[in-house]
Design a protein around this ligand. Structure first.
Ligand code: SF4
Length: 333
């Protein structure tokens, strides 16, 4: 199976529960950003995501409340760098106790001091390591030498210790697709359990002209679609066909909700037009129909999985052929 069995079964149960309640929109993933402090300042990262003070982090209880309120079966722990969060061990344990699956999105620099030997490998925990290219490119993107070597060392150690490990790669304007293939070959050889490759989103607070237009995404992702036939990519074939310009979907911003030290971020993981203190207020006040339509200028070049993977999944019921393809893909056929 491409995903551990419990992720697939939990996701199906969650969908059935919501269908029975007649819910058209519901979260599948909670992006939980417990702090906006980071030990790096990557050039593609929104300014507010790495410049925060540690004392402004979310309280552990607030994080747990967010997990319970959304009911999403998957919690992606990001930030900032989540391994810096002083209560990271307690947070991971509390989420696992609530039967959710965690993707710990990390630059891997602190895995040896903050995770290994402190948080045991668990089927509900995936270490998702950020790698935006081979050594030269990744260190350039991270704006620090040595980050790539450390990440590779940590991936090897994590696999040796028995953790479930995936990698997460953002494709920028200057990314050479041969380098992405070289990276896939390298990490597949290290035994990683899956690779995520996504186009970068053009944050308005990022100065550098490094992001792709929609047309550029479609060209580069035709190659990613090819790579998905050879390597264990975690993106669904339908989403990859969307990024390659072969399908079109409306957005599902409500499928991936984001809780941050500033509150619930609306309308989506990428755009913080408004922050809400209260989950109900956030869920009821965001104009979902407007953001689903992608008519806003901020949506113009967006093909991010946080908006469209769920759209691809929800459309499956309309096509038995796609449903079968999806089942075969998940079984690794
Ligand atoms: S298209 Fe992208 S930017 Fe627009 S609402 Fe969807 S996820 Fe957000």
């Amino acid at each position: 199976m491409r995903f551990p069995v419990h992720i697939t079964t939990d996701a199906i149960k969650h969908q059935i529960r919501n269908a029975r309640k007649g819910n058209k929109r519901y979260p599948m993933v909670l992006m939980l950003e417990p702090l906006y402090t980071c030990n790096l300042a990557c050039i593609g990262c929104a300014l507010e995501r790495h410049t925060g003070k540690i004392e402004d982090r979310l309280a552990l209880e607030k994080c747990i409340q967010a997990v319970e309120e959304t009911q999403a079966p998957i919690v992606s722990l990001c930030g900032g760098e989540p391994t810096i969060y002083p209560e990271i061990k307690e947070l991971i344990e509390a989420i696992i106790e609530r039967q959710r699956h965690i993707y710990l999105c990390t630059n891997a620099l602190l895995l040896d001091s903050r995770i290994f030997g402190k948080v045991a490998p668990h089927k509900r925990l995936t270490l998702n390591v950020h790698l935006d290219g081979m050594k030269h490119t990744h260190d350039l993107v991270c704006d620090r030498e040595g980050v790539f070597d450390k990440a590779i060392e940590m991936i090897k150690e994590a696999k040796r210790l028995g953790y479930h490990v995936t990698t997460n790669t953002t494709v920028f304007k200057e990314t050479a697709m041969q380098e992405i293939e070289d990276l896939c070959e390298l990490v597949a050889g290290l035994g990683v359990d899956g690779l995520m490759i996504a186009p970068g989103y053009h944050y308005e607070t990022v100065e550098h002209d490094i992001f792709l237009s929609k047309q550029e995404i479609q060209i580069k992702f035709q190659r990613v679609l090819e790579l998905s036939k050879k390597y264990r990519l975690m993106s669904t074939p339908m989403y990859l066909e969307f990024t390659a310009g072969m399908r079109d979907y409306q957005c599902s911003p409500w499928s991936t909700v984001t809780y941050t030290p500033n509150g619930w971020k609306g309308p989506c993981y990428l755009i913080g037009k408004e922050y809400y203190d209260n989950w109900q207020e956030f869920w009821n006040k965001v104009d979902w129909a407007y953001w689903e339509s992608r008519q806003d200028r901020l949506c113009q070049n967006c093909m991010m999985h946080s908006g469209f993977e769920a759209s691809a999944m929800f459309e499956l019921k309309k096509s038995p052929k796609d449903l079968l393809r999806m089942a075969a893909w998940n079984m690794g056929l």
